[in-house]
Design a protein around this ligand. Structure first.
Ligand SMILES: Nc1ncnc2c1ncn2[C@@H]1O[C@H](COP(=O)(O)OP(=O)(O)OP(=O)(O)O)[C@@H](O)[C@H]1O
Ligand SMILES: [Mg+2]
Length: 363
């Protein structure tokens, strides 16, 4: 490049030296040696000063800007080493440089975010197609077998129709669960908060599971110290669903060789919350899976859950519901020992029970 720092500094220094020396020639009686000395001194000092200024404050920074612009153009943003950025220089060109860095950093993050959501979308479509395929293929198989002649045999007909119906019921549950998750994500489902007695709700859930637990020979019990006066301010129907999911999991993932139990407890924490926990002595969850069990369709052991008919959406719904309650679900688990799922709900006021209904009932 013709206009590099050295050439420009040389030209500037030459001009300064020539101008200074020309002016000095106007002084009467000045010797040639003084003039030469003055030329050399002004040339060398101007050269050094201009070179340093141009090289470090202007050309150096401009070259960095070019590098970054090229990286941006070629979309090779990883070439830009953000961590090496030095901020806060007073030089305006250095400030422009900083601006470009910041811009590139923001864009880099945006691109990464887009890539992540694209990957998530792709994975979600793959998962959902896979999950839908299974019950559809099963129902399709039974119906076609019936159409191909099995319909004439009365016992086979009933058996196959029942199996087809079961597959379609599973499909219905899957679609309902997905709909619930997506409505919660988009905010279409509004929470209906009210004050209610959590202990009573737990009793209702227990009624639902009693015979199932008996059949599986699992002892379903409440903690001896459960707080019967634990009132919460929450969406009763959604919390009912959370408890259903957690207890159904606790019953599902039991250890065959052990005498199984599932215990539920609810206690006021004293600082405006009620803590609920569901404990089991089932199969437990490996450490590496704990963070992922709340993801849609995630199952620890796909084949094991398939036998038990799960779709891997239960805990995802639990997580979404609790997030809508400004809370979150936590788990402690050990393989071969069992798991404890726990969460908190805002404490409610017994005197406010029914108030919301009155409020909405009034015109
Ligand atoms: N109490 C538990 N003990 C052991 N593993 C559990 C327990 N609860 C959940 N898991 C593991 O976490 C996974 C995700 O649970 P989740 O409830 O989301 O799905 P699922 O039970 O497989 O299906 P769904 O609830 O939709 O019928 C389960 O497949 C299981 O592997
Ligand atoms: Mg489940």
């Amino acid at each position: 490049m013709l206009a590099n720092a050295r050439v420009v500094a040389l030209l500037l220094a030459l001009s300064v030296a020539v101008i200074t020396t020309s002016f000095l020639t106007l002084v009467e009686g000045i010797s040639l040696i003084t003039l030469i000395l003055c030329f050399v001194l002004s040339f060398s000092s101007s050269y050094i000063l201009s070179f340093i200024t141009l090289e470090f404050f202007i050309f150096g920074e401009i070259n960095k800007i070019y590098d970054r612009l090229n990286a941006l153009k070629s979309e090779n943003l990883s070439r830009i080493q953000f961590q090496q950025r030095k901020r806060g220089g007073s030089n305006p060109i250095s400030k422009i440089n900083d601006e470009i860095f910041t811009y590139a950093e923001v864009k880099q993050r945006e691109i990464e975010e887009l890539k992540r959501s694209e990957e998530f979308r792709r994975q979600f479509i793959a998962d959902i197609s896979h999950e839908l395929k299974t019950p559809i293929f099963a129902a399709q198989g039974f119906v076609h077998t019936l159409l191909d002649g099995a319909v004439k045999d009365k016992t086979v007909r009933t058996k196959f129709l029942k199996k087809a119906a079961k597959s379609l019921d599973g499909l219905d549950t899957l679609v309902q669960d997905l709909l619930t998750i997506s409505q919660m994500e988009t905010g279409t489902i509004k929470m209906q908060f009210s004050h209610f007695n959590l202990y009573k709700l737990i009793c209702e859930v227990f009624d639902q599971f009693e015979s199932k637990a008996d059949k599986k020979d699992i002892q379903l019990m409440m903690d001896a110290n459960i707080d019967k006066e634990a009132f919460v301010y929450a969406d009763e129907e959604k919390i009912y669903r959370v408890l259903l999911n957690l207890i159904s999991n606790a019953l599902k993932y039991k250890r065959e060789e052990e005498a199984s139990f599932v215990t539920i407890n609810a206690q006021r924490t004293g600082d405006g919350w009620v803590e609920v926990n569901v404990a089991d002595n089932g199969v437990g969850i490996p450490k590496e899976d704990i963070m992922r069990i709340f993801e849609r369709f995630y199952r620890v052991d796909k084949s094991r859950s398939k036998d038990k008919g799960g779709t891997g959406l239960g805990l995802s719904i639990v997580k979404h519901v609790l997030e809508k309650h400004n809370s979150n679900i936590k788990v402690i688990s050990q393989v071969g020992k069992g798991s404890v799922f726990y969460f908190k709900l805002k404490e409610g006021k017994p005197e406010e029970i029914g108030m919301e209904l009155e409020k909405t009932a009034k015109p």
